[in-house]
Ligand binder design. Structure first.
Ligand code: PLP
Length: 383
């Protein structure tokens, strides 16, 4: 059994994908070919954002937005302690400081009340209010600039109170929708829930390509124009005029062509993911599953549950050829590179507990009912 089965999807769309790639090989516009613009239009429509800017990866999508906001040394950006490394990496790459915030034990997303405390702590420069990182230059007070809520496992964070808080505190909100493309929050699509959103087309994500890719979404014309410039070496109005420093972060035309074909079946796939998640939830009722509040639709990048018997369960499932994964074995504050921030052992107790207890079951749109029944039977027996 596959943890994520990409082959079945490929078999279903094989002819279209081959033709789409073939068309690019024939027209030869490998960089910023016509498929890139077509994809951006369709992505913007899907998300309900005015602008969509494709780029080379989800990580770059996050970084492009922070660069457009002039985030740099002396600034701090708040993010969840429970995420993939890239959510924090982009902050540090720009010389800014990540300030981690603990998560809600049910949704596993950033705890907005704790975020409010963290903001207060930064503004008062007082770690007794909320744990703060230690900075090499103690004399510089950090300036609170932005927050990156992460839609973990495909489930949107709680954006209504979050946006209200951000407005009150003057913070820019960058939605890390790398895992949540296809989800929604109170009727609004993920990617459109902050001031800007970033998603990833890494092959294993809900909308995955056949290589790396990403996109930024925003309604802000000025931000969009700046990001378009930054993704292409800070280009100005003509090709060899560079008005700022940027990146080489364009989406390959071939990837855009593949993604256009995948978008055709994506609506069906999102619906299938809902059915599969619902079946899991029914079969595993009584176990500690990620909580999906009313009004939220997860893109189900992962189906995750919490257990004290993780190691045993993973072993027993694997004996029956059922792969499982641990996302993530440690919080971002415990990453080697962040030891310099000197966070305390118990600064984020919910994150630490979740990291010890989380595990994810096979999840993809082509998982059949029989396999799900087998997974749940083996799981329950092992418990
Ligand atoms: C995958 C992921 C990213 C990075 O996306 P890439 O396309 O792999 O660069 C960022 N944030 C989260 C939460 C992710 O899961």
């Amino acid at each position: 059994m596959q943890f994520i089965d990409l082959k079945t999807q490929y078999r279903n769309i094989e002819n279209d994908v081959r033709q789409a790639i073939e068309a690019v090989l024939e027209h030869g516009q490998f960089i910023m070919g016509p498929e890139v613009g077509q994809l951006e239009e369709q992505l913007a429509d899907w998300v309900g954002a005015k602008h969509s800017i494709s780029c080379a990866s989800g990580t770059d999508a996050l970084q492009l937005v922070l660069m457009a906001q002039n985030i740099g040394p002396g600034d701090c950006v708040f993010t969840s302690a429970f995420s993939f490394f890239a959510s924090a990496e982009v902050i540090s790459l720009l010389g800014a400081t990540p300030v981690f915030v603990d998560i809600d034990p049910g949704t596993l997303n950033i705890d907005v009340e704790k975020l409010a405390l963290a903001i207060k702590a930064v503004k008062a420069n007082d770690p007794s209010i909320y744990p703060l990182p230690v900075r090499p230059d103690q004399n510089l007070p950090l300036e609170a600039k932005a927050v990156i809520p992460v839609d973990i496992f495909g489930l949107p964070a709680d954006y209504d109170p979050l946006m209200e808080l951000a407005k009150r505190e003057g913070l820019f909100v960058l939605e890390d929708a790398a895992q949540s493309f296809g989800g929604s929050y109170k009727g609004r699509s993920t990617g459109s829930l902050g001031h800007a959103g970033a998603t990833s087309f890494f092959p294993a994500k809900p909308l995955g390509g056949y290589g790396d890719g990403g996109a930024v979404f925003t309604d802000d014309e000025e931000v969009a124009a700046k990001i378009k410039s930054i993704r292409n070496h800070g280009m100005g109005s003509d090709r060899y005029d560079h008005v700022r420093l940027g990146l080489n972060s364009r989406l390959d035309t071939i990837q855009a062509a593949v993604l256009l074909q995948k978008l055709k079946v994506f609506g069906d796939e999102v619906a299938k993911r809902q059915e599969i998640a619902e079946r899991y939830a029914n079969m595993l009722s009584g176990y500690e599953l990620q909580v999906i509040p009313t009004g939220y639709v997860s893109a189900w990048a992962q189906f995750s549950l919490l257990t004290d018997k993780r190691e045993h369960l993973q072993e027993e499932l694997l004996k029956q050829d059922i792969p499982t994964m641990v996302y993530y074995p440690k919080g971002l504050h415990h990453q080697g590179v962040y030891q310099s921030l000197q966070y305390g052992e118990n600064d984020f107790p919910v994150t630490d507990s979740v990291c010890r207890r989380i595990m994810s079951l096979p999840m993809h749109p082509y998982l059949d009912e029989e396999s799900q029944e087998r997974i749940c039977r083996v799981f329950k027996q092992a418990v």
